[in-house]
Design a protein around this ligand. Structure first.
Ligand SMILES: Cc1ncc(COP(=O)(O)O)c(C=O)c1O
Length: 423
């Protein structure tokens, strides 16, 4: 950084220097090859090389935590060192990333708030909506604790009523009917996981948004398992709010999350935690004018190099192509689905309809319990999957992403066959 740049960075509004300095040389170094549909494995092998994942095991738990590509971890390290050298917060980086993320999610700048994880994003909604004792919130029984606990806390403190429905793995209409049957005049919020974490059921969020809108009910999507796995266009979906993690399918750094709120409705979500960077103006003792849009929830000093890393992660995914990512993940799960279903004693809990699933597959065996099964996969075959204990499902989840290959999925199938056959 030269002297002119340094002087410019001393002002808080000087975003352009930090914005443009980040990663342009890295990106040319990491230029992806042209995708050739006749030889796709070359392209995906290149993508795989973009990660520092150890070859000692196969990582198949993106639903738990997504590895960040090297381009992202490098960007974070470089930006962190740069900010430390000048001892600045780099807060303006948030607005640079906001533009990129807004485009990626199909929504305007005023909708985006950067958080630290999906749980925090869900919590801002659950804590901020004006709910009275006896008001009702509906969500699916497979909700992750990061999606359910914020409402349970609200129930404990404010007496709201939580109503849950069992997600239907067979039919979108089934899910819609189950939600509709729980709606009463006291229903204030419907929340669903866009893609459920335990078994990977893809919800028809557009239809649920229409239903919620027709009844004047707030519709919140927990998208921790969707952004980065499938293309997201929030303007088309028509929800009121959407939460996601940066550190799963998007490949962002750990400790990044996003909350999107319809800017027309943002004033309905009380900003319970506020401070520096929340207000357009304030005067003591009693006046505060919040910033327009969802920025108001980004209070205080932040680890902005992480948000910069998330920006680079989004750029990486965009260059691969979000539709291509979706199709690739689906093809890996289709392969797993067909081969696992055919194994004696294995039942797949993930929807059989490819339109209701994407890049998560969960199965169980009637011969070997989920815990020893998962341990055997990890210990004997070096396959890092995840146990699914939620709601007593007692199963094993495989969640492959862009750094995995059909060969690795074939290894899963072979391992499952062997584990079952020696039981
Ligand atoms: C649907 C869902 N919501 C929320 C979370 C929590 O995510 P985070 O750790 O980013 O808060 C997860 C994590 O697996 C999840 O699957």
């Amino acid at each position: 950084m030269n002297r002119k740049d340094f002087v410019a960075t001393l002002g808080l509004g000087s975003s352009a220097i930090w914005a443009t300095g980040c990663g342009s040389s890295r990106q040319s170094k990491d230029e992806l090859p042209v995708f050739d549909s006749n030889a796709p494995s070359r392209f995906w092998a290149f993508v795989r090389k973009s990660y520092s994942l150890t070859p000692d095991r196969v990582y198949l738990n993106c639903g738990g935590l997504g590895p960040a590509p090297k381009i992202v971890t490098d960007a974070v390290a470089e930006k962190s060192a740069e900010l430390q050298r000048i001892s600045e917060t780099g807060h303006a980086l948030m607005d640079v990333a906001r533009e990129v993320v807004a485009r990626y999610l199909g929504i305007g700048l005023d909708s985006i708030c950067f958080t630290r994880n999906a749980t925090e994003s869900n919590s801002i909604i659950a804590a901020g909506l004006d709910l009275k004792r006896g008001d009702e919130v509906i969500f699916e029984s497979h909700a992750h604790p990061g999606g359910s606990l914020p409402w349970l806390s609200r129930s404990k403190h404010d007496g709201i009523r939580v109503k849950v429905f069992e997600p239907d793995p067979h039919s979108q209409e089934g899910n819609l009917n189950r939600i509709e049957s729980l709606i009463t005049p006291r229903t204030r919020v419907i929340q669903v996981s866009h893609i459920t974490a335990p078994t990977g059921i893809l919800m028809d969020v557009k239809a649920i948004a229409r239903l919620a809108r027709s009844k004047g009910i707030w519709f919140h999507i927990d998208g921790a398992q969707s952004a980065g796995m499938i293309p997201i266009n929030l303007s088309e979906i028509g929800c009121d709010s959407y939460a996601t993690s940066g550190h799963k399918w998007m490949g962002g750094p750990r400790g990044t999350g996003i909350l999107c709120i319809d800017p027309e409705r943002v004033d309905e979500v009380d900003a319970t935690h506020v401070g520096g960077h929340s207000s357009a103006s304030y005067t003591l003792p009693d006046n505060i004018v919040f910033l327009p849009g969802a920025r108001r929830y980004e209070y205080g000093t932040r680890n902005t190099e992480l948000v910069e890393g998330l920006r680079v992660a989004v750029d990486f995914q965009t260059r691969i192509g979000v539709e291509r990512i979706e199709a690739y993940g689906s093809s890996l799960v289709d392969q797993l689905y067909q081969e696992l279903e055919a194994i004696d004693s294995i039942s797949v809990l993930t929807p059989s309809d490819p339109n209701m699933r994407r890049s998560i597959i969960t199965f169980k065996s009637s011969k070997v319990s989920f815990d020893p099964f998962n341990n055997a996969l990890s210990r004997d075959y070096k396959l890092r999957c995840r146990r699914v204990t939620e709601q007593g499902l007692n199963a094993v989840r495989v969640s492959p992403h862009i750094y995995n290959s059909p060969e690795e999925c074939a290894r899963v199938v072979e391992a499952v066959k062997e584990i079952v056959s020696r039981a």
